[in-house]
Design a protein. Sequence first.
Length: 149
Amino acid sequence: MPDKNLSAKKCLSQLYQHHLDKDRTLYLIGTTLQLPAERVSTFSRNGEEWQEVLYLKNREGTVQPIFHIDMFLTLAGRNEEGKYQVLVGDPRMAAKLLGNNSADLATPEAFDDIARLISKLGFEVIRNPLPLTYVDDEEERVRKWYFAT
């Protein structure tokens, strides 16, 4: 068991190597940028007041732009040189392909920060379109934004 005087990162690494895989390195992936907490605002749609939910389930201190890491990161095997490849979601790329302004709401800088981190760790980073879209609940008059993963 880990020494109780260790940092949280070192403690997690030791637990990982002890219980899961002693031959691999554990990488903690997140951004150091401040991500917005869940936000509810109102807007008018067809003359009616609606609520709009952004950054669904984010809380203060969140370090991943999407709670489930596998919704914006995908391991993609090795390239021809044997280097591991990782697909990292890119809301700007998706907004450009779709011809909309959704990237403004999608905290693209957090995805860029995570892509830089993964690259610094020695992985080849391939950016992948990650569209932001919404679903309207007509009955409740609520629009919820989410990443179409």
